[in-house]
Design a protein around this ligand. Structure first.
Ligand code: DGL
Length: 279
């Protein structure tokens, strides 16, 4: 161990917007004693359409902000930023394995549970064009067959509140019917918005395909990393005396983001605008 962090410091989580709240929700459920500092870069959303260079630039700046906020760990709760900027964030923060991305835990899970099988990935255009899932799975399991499909309509559809209804099921079915995805054994939800449509995706496949929701897998991974670094906050909530609750920042506030936050977090969260690009 080579750090001076303490267990009672917060966990920093960021995403291009509010989709990463699905990861924050899974972490809060599993580790209710942890305080969260969340940053959603709503001013630059969607990252799925941006260049890798721009995403690196944004991510390094956000990680700086979370470090300034005293975070003991940084979770990149966005597949697109995990693909484009993980190594840059590790380097710029010097926080080594206390920087967690959402891709590696899902890759480890898939290699362990679907070795040498056919695995599908659905994600944003940038995540798919980075080829990150195929590269990382094939590095550990060269015999696997990884098939990837960009599904750019899904994130905006969910943000507009279209899920668990006929329209969303039709769009989901039309993507999942592509021949590329036929006969898969497992499907990775490669975007932090997608846990919201997991039931609809499962409905399309029935029980024959495992739908891999990385938000829960990432929460488990966060727990393991905190334990390994003796940074798990073990105080019971009743003895939670730090007096600080979780905080949620966005780079561009709109009322509709605040309304939509409850879709991703189960309850509406109080978003505060903080533009880290205004010097
Ligand atoms: N939440 C982002 C991800 O996981 C998708 C949204 C975006 O394109 O910014 O990739």
């Amino acid at each position: 161990m080579n750090h001076t962090f303490k267990a009672n410091q917060p966990i920093g989580i960021f995403d291009s917007g509010i989709g990463g709240l699905t990861v924050a929700r899974a972490i809060t459920k599993l580790l209710p004693n942890e305080q969260i500092i969340y940053f959603g870069d709503t001013a630059h959303m969607p990252y799925g359409e941006k260049s890798a260079e721009a995403i690196k630039h944004y991510s390094i700046k956000i990680a700086d902000f979370l470090k300034f906020k005293n975070c003991k760990m940084i979770v990149i709760a966005c597949n697109t930023a995990s693909a484009a900027a993980y190594r840059s964030v590790v380097k710029s923060t010097g926080m080594k394995d206390l920087v967690v991305n959402v891709i590696d835990p899902a890759v480890e899970y898939v290699v362990k549970n679907h070795f040498r099988q056919k695995v599908g990935v659905i994600a944003t255009k940038r995540t798919i064009s980075s080829n990150v899932y195929a590269k990382r799975i094939e590095a550990l399991d060269p015999v696997s067959d990884v098939v990837q499909l960009a599904t750019p309509l899904l994130a905006p559809m969910i943000e507009e509140g279209f899920y668990n209804n006929k329209i969303s099921q039709t769009i989901i079915n039309s993507y999942l019917s592509k021949s590329k995805l036929s006969k898969i054994d497992a499907l990775i939800l490669g975007c932090t918005h997608y846990p919201l449509i997991k039931t609809e995706i499962q409905k399309f496949y029935g029980k024959s395909v495992e739908i891999i929701d990385s938000s829960e897998i990432v929460a488990q991974h966060v727990k393991v990393v905190l334990e390994r670094n003796l940074l798990l906050n073990e105080l019971q909530p009743s003895r939670f005396t730090f007096g600080k609750k979780s905080q949620f920042f966005v780079s561009d506030f709109t009322q509709s983001f605040e309304e939509t936050s409850k879709i991703f977090f189960d309850e509406k969260v109080k978003l505060k605008q903080f533009n880290i690009w205004e010097e």
